[in-house]
Design a protein around this ligand. Structure first.
Ligand code: BG6
Length: 471
C-alpha cells in the first residue's frame, strides 16, 4: 500500500482538452497554495516538444484563471515531456528514465477510457506502476459490465488504495458545503425525512452545447457524462446518513455506498431523454444520432428515511442559463390556518452549487397590515459570489497525499452504474427540444404531480453584500 506522498506527477493526455481546461490551472494553483515542487511529466502522442507544451500551459492559464508569473515560471521549470505512442514499450521505458529517482509517481489518465487498459499495462511492464498511484477520469466505463472489467484490469496492477477515481464535483466547495451544512446543524435533521420532505429536485443546466467535443459526447450522452457521476454524487450527499467516526475516510465512503445501494435501478419509463435541435450538425456527431443532450429522471430511495419521497434529476446542454441547483420542497402545514398556501409557496431549502454558492430557505411571513395574509421570503444562510479554488486542485492535492475520501471506490462505481444501466442508450426515445429552453415538454409531465420544476433564476440575493458579524 503506497502510504508515502507521491514524488512525481505524470499526466497522460498532456496535449488534450482536460489538461488544457483543468490540469494546468490546478497545477499552478497547487504551486501557489501548497508549495507544490515535484517533477511534472506530460505524456502524449504528438509531434510536440517541451517548448510547445509550455506554450500550451501558458494559453491554458491565460484562458482559465490567469497567469501567476512566479508560479508559471516554476511550472515551466518542473515540466517535462515524453512524446510517444501509448502502445509502444519504448514510450514507457523513456517515461521510467525521465522519472529518475521517483519511487511513488502519481499517474493521471486524462485520456479516453478505451486507452486505460493499454496505458496501465504499459506502466506495469516498464516498472512505472511499482509504488505508484493512478488517477482515473470519468466516465469510469460505459455501463456496469465495462466498469467491472475496468476494475478488474486496474486491480491486476494496482491495489484498490492506489486507485483514485475522480469526479470533480466532490472537490467543489459548494458541494462540500452542502455536506457540512447537513451534518453541522441540528435543526435540519428532524425535518430531513419522508415526514417533512415532499420532493427533491436537482437541476444541472448549461447554456452551451458540446463545445467542439462532439465525438466525445457521442460516446457518452448526458446520462453517462454527468448523471451517473456528478448528479448521483450530489444526491448521495443530500440523502445519506451521517457517517460514524469523525475523520474516518472509509466510514464516509461506506455511508455514501449504503445510500447508493438503496437507490432503485431506474425505470426507463421514469426517464425523459432529449436532444437539442442542432446537435446533429455538430462536428463529430452522427447525422442520425440518438444520443441525449438532456435527461430528466425520477429516482426512489428505499430507506426508512426516504421511502415514498421522489428525487428528480434534470441535466441538459443548451438550457436558458448555466446553473446547478438543488431544491428541497417541504410538505405544507397540515391545515391552512390563515391564507391558502399555494403548492409553490411551500417551505423549501435551496442549495445553489454553481456558478455561485447559495444556501437558503424559503419561508412564509405575514404581510404588514390588518389581514392575516402572507408572502414568501428567502433566508440566505450563505452566499459566495466567486468560485473558490478549482476542484481539480483540491482533488489532485488529495491524491498526491494519498487521501482517498473524495474519490470513488470500486464498489461505489459499480453501484452507481447499477442505478443508471436500465436507462442507457436506446432504452427510451430521444425527444428534440429547442436550444435555450428547459428541454422537451415531456420532462414537465414527469414532474407535474410534484409541483413542477423550479427553474433556477440567477438573481443576486438582496442581503448578499452584508458580511455576517462574528460573535
Ligand atoms: C464535465 C462534463 O464532467 O462536467 C461536461 O464532461 C460538463 O460536459 C462539466 O460541462 C461541468 O462541470 P462544471 O464544473 O463546469 O459544472
Amino acid at each position: 500500500m503506497p502510504t508515502a506522498k507521491s514524488d512525481a506527477f505524470v499526466f497522460f493526455g498532456a496535449t488534450g482538452d482536460l489538461a488544457y481546461k483543468q490540469i494546468f490551472p490546478a497545477l499552478q494553483d497547487l504551486i501557489v497554495h501548497e508549495h507544490f515542487d515535484l517533477p511534472i511529466i506530460g505524456v502524449a502522442r504528438s509531434d510536440w516538444d517541451l517548448e510547445r507544451l509550455r506554450e500550451r500551459a501558458r494559453a491554458s492559464l491565460n484562458e482559465h484563471g490567469g497567469i501567476n508569473k512566479r508560479a508559471f515560471a516554476k511550472l515551466c521549470r518542473l515540466l517535462k515531456f515524453v512524446n510517444g505512442d501509448y502502445k509502444s514499450d519504448e514510450t514507457f521505458a523513456r517515461l521510467r528514465k525521465v522519472l529518475g529517482d521517483a519511487e511513488h509517481p502519481l499517474h493521471y489518465l486524462a485520456i479516453p477510457p478505451s486507452m486505460f487498459e493499454t496505458v496501465v499495462k504499459g506502466l506495469d511492464a516498464s516498472g512505472c506502476a511499482t509504488g505508484a498511484r493512478v488517477v482515473v477520469e470519468k466516465p469510469f466505463g460505459r455501463d456496469l459490465k465495462s466498469a467491472r472489467e475496468l476494475n478488474r484490469t486496474l486491480h491486476w496492477i494496482f491495489p484498490e488504495d492506489a486507485i483514485f477515481r475522480i469526479d470533480h464535483y466532490l472537490g467543489k466547495e459548494a458541494v462540500q458545503n452542502l455536506l457540512y451544512f447537513r451534518f453541522a446543524n441540528s435543526f435540519l435533521e428532524p425535518v430531513w425525512n419522508r415526514t417533512y420532505v415532499d420532493s427533491v429536485q436537482i437541476t444541472m443546466a448549461e447554456a452551451f452545447g458540446v463545445q467542439g467535443r462532439g465525438s466525445f459526447y457521442e460516446e457518452v450522452g448526458a446520462l453517462r457524462d454527468v448523471v451517473q457521476n456528478h448528479m448521483l454524487q450530489v444526491l448521495i450527499l443530500l440523502a445519506m446518513d451521517a457517517p460514524t467516526g469523525r475523520g474516518d475516510v472509509e466510514a464516509m465512503r461506506s455511508e455514501r455506498l449504503r445510500l447508493l445501494r438503496a437507490i432503485r435501478p431506474l425505470d426507463p419509463k421514469e426517464v425523459v431523454r432529449g436532444q437539442f435541435v442542432g446537435y446533429r450538425s455538430e462536428h463529430g456527431v452522427a447525422r442520425n444520432s440518438r444520443v441525449e443532450t438532456f435527461a430528466a429522471l425520477r429516482l426512489h430511495i428505499d430507506t426508512a428515511r426516504w421511502a415514498g419521497v421522489p428525487f428528480y434529476i434534470r441535466a441538459g446542454k443548451e438550457m436558458p442559463l448555466t446553473c446547478t441547483e438543488v431544491f428541497v420542497t417541504l410538505k405544507r402545514p397540515p391545515i391552512a390556518v390563515f391564507d391558502q398556501v399555494k403548492p409553490e409557496d411551500a417551505n423549501h431549502f435551496r442549495f445553489r452549487l454553481s456558478p455561485d454558492v447559495v444556501i437558503s430557505t424559503g419561508a412564509r411571513v405575514k404581510k404588514a397590515g390588518e389581514e392575516m395574509r402572507g408572502e414568501d421570503v428567502e433566508l440566505i444562510a450563505r452566499y459566495q459570489p466567486k468560485r473558490g479554488r478549482p476542484p481539480y486542485s483540491r482533488l489532485l492535492g488529495d491524491a498526491l497525499r494519498g487521501d482517498a475520501e473524495l474519490f470513488g471506490r470500486d464498489d461505489a462505481l459499480e453501484a452507481a452504474w447499477r442505478v443508471i444501466d436500465p436507462a442507457l442508450d436506446d432504452a427510451e426515445k430521444v425527444h428534440s427540444y429547442k436550444p435555450r429552453t428547459w428541454g422537451p415538454e415531456l420532462a414537465d409531465s414527469l414532474m407535474k404531480d410534484d409541483g413542477g420544476w423550479h427553474n433556477p433564476v440567477m438573481t443576486k440575493p438582496k442581503n448578499a453584500s452584508r458580511k455576517s458579524r462574528r460573535k
